[in-house]
Write a protein that binds this ligand. Structure first.
Ligand SMILES: [Zn+2]
Ligand SMILES: [Zn+2]
Length: 401
């Protein structure tokens, strides 16, 4: 068996990993790089993106762009595998960005192995800020490899249960995103955010807003629970509502009975989308008569100005639920100050989508790999602490077993 890290070894993002035997070749993830560059670079990998087809399957761990972004560039006739809910969410999001999803994947389920030639791959559902994410166990030529994709232990899924299911492996290909981000040395639990937000809202009587990635389904659940516990209605813009619908999770899909409503900020496409929520749509005027938590984003500035014309934002709250680094961006700063001028206080409400040190250590102790290949990290040398028991691969991108 041969492992080839095409991209994403000493960087966060752009993940593309190849695993092959004498007769079979598969790829794990086909990500774009997260360097903020608008021009997407498709690496010239023969048989996958260019030339004659020479790949038996592509497996996508989750729907973040740095793992799925090159989906449309895969040569025709190469089967792609991923989670069903993950694909529904990805498609809903692509529709809003006017991107046609050409590839239709075959859906995978946790703990249901798939045979591709002489390679056996078993997906395991893991927790991450993307819903329906997987780790992959690959077995071939008498060797076993675990690829973690992106994962964490601080979401709603039970990490202990996952550790029980995963066997000991020869090789561990593991992410290490948080290792270079000081502020996330120990992650707080997603559920703890709920209590923090409830306590905070109990001290503020004004309207509440939340800025978060709609595709972070766990966070959306948190905010819907906060709304219920503080007797506010939850307001999802149609984009967020469509993503929630894609997840298939009833507790976050707009429905009068659960107090979640869909609203539009304008535009023909949004009005068309709003029709799907006939029984749970809400107008700006009705919004003003309620206590609420509203999902917002930068592009809604005009809408929020108009909303503020007909209601006071005094003693209001903005929960900021994205990566803190984005707060340095000028446009976002201007948007947040415009809300603060209206009487809103910002409160950071966030936890990482990626494993902290303790979580990584626990996995390594549990599965005792002979070889560790750090990927998706800017601090691969951190893994040297495991050198006594495992061989750490820091720079070689081709490993023969
Ligand atoms: Zn991710
Ligand atoms: Zn990632």
């Amino acid at each position: 068996m041969e492992i080839f890290i095409h991209r994403g070894q000493n960087q966060i993002g752009g993940s593309i990993i190849e695993i092959n035997t004498d007769s079979t070749k598969i790829f794990l993830d086909v990500g774009i790089e997260l360097d903020g560059n608008e021009n997407i670079v498709v690496p010239q990998i023969e048989g996958l993106f260019c030339g004659h087809k020479n790949c038996d399957a592509v497996f996508i761990s989750h729907y973040h762009g740095d793992h799925i972004g090159l989906l449309n560039s895969i040569l025709p006739d190469i089967p792609v595998f991923m989670g069903e809910s993950a694909f529904m969410i990805f498609s809903a999001s692509a529709e809003y960005r006017d991107i046609e999803v050409i590839k239709k994947p075959i859906f995978i389920r946790s703990k249901e192995p798939i045979a591709i030639g002489d390679i056996k791959l078993t997906p395991f559902t893991c927790d991450h800020s993307a819903f329906d994410s997987f780790m992959f166990l690959i077995e071939a030529d008498g060797k076993s490899v675990l690829y973690t994709g992106d994962f964490r232990a601080n979401g709603r899924l039970d990490y202990g249960e996952l550790l029980k299911e995963i066997p000991k492996v020869d090789v561990l290909i593991i992410e290490g995103t948080t290792l270079s981000r000081e502020e996330y040395r120990t992650n707080i639990q997603e559920e703890e955010l709920e209590d923090i937000a409830v306590n905070y809202l109990n001290k503020h009587s004004g309207p509440a807003f939340v800025m978060m990635s709609a595709m972070n389904i766990d966070r959306l659940k948190t905010m819907c629970n906060v709304a219920r516990r503080t007797e506010r209605i939850m307001l999802e813009d149609v984009y967020t509502a469509d993503i929630a619908t894609g997840s298939g999770e009833n507790e976050i899909i707009p429905n009068k009975e659960n107090g979640i409503y869909a609203f539009t900020t304008g535009g023909d496409k949004q009005y068309e989308s709003l029709k799907k929520y006939a029984k749970a749509k809400i107008s700006k005027e009705t919004i003003t008569k309620n206590n609420f938590i509203m999902c917002i984003r930068q592009s809604m500035k005009n809408y929020l100005d108009k909303l503020n014309d007909i209601m006071s934002f005094d003693d209001g709250v903005l929960f900021y639920g994205m990566w803190k680094g984005y707060l340095e961006q000028e446009e976002l700063k201007t948007f947040i100050s415009s809300l603060e001028e209206k009487g809103i206080k910002m409160h950071v409400l966030h936890t990482s989508g990626h494993a902290d040190m303790q979580t990584i250590e626990k996995l390594i102790q549990d599965i005792q790999p002979e070889i560790i290949i750090p990927v998706h990290t800017e601090n691969a040398v951190w893994y040297k602490k495991f050198e006594k028991k495992s061989k750490i691969v820091l720079v070689d991108n081709c490993i023969k077993l």
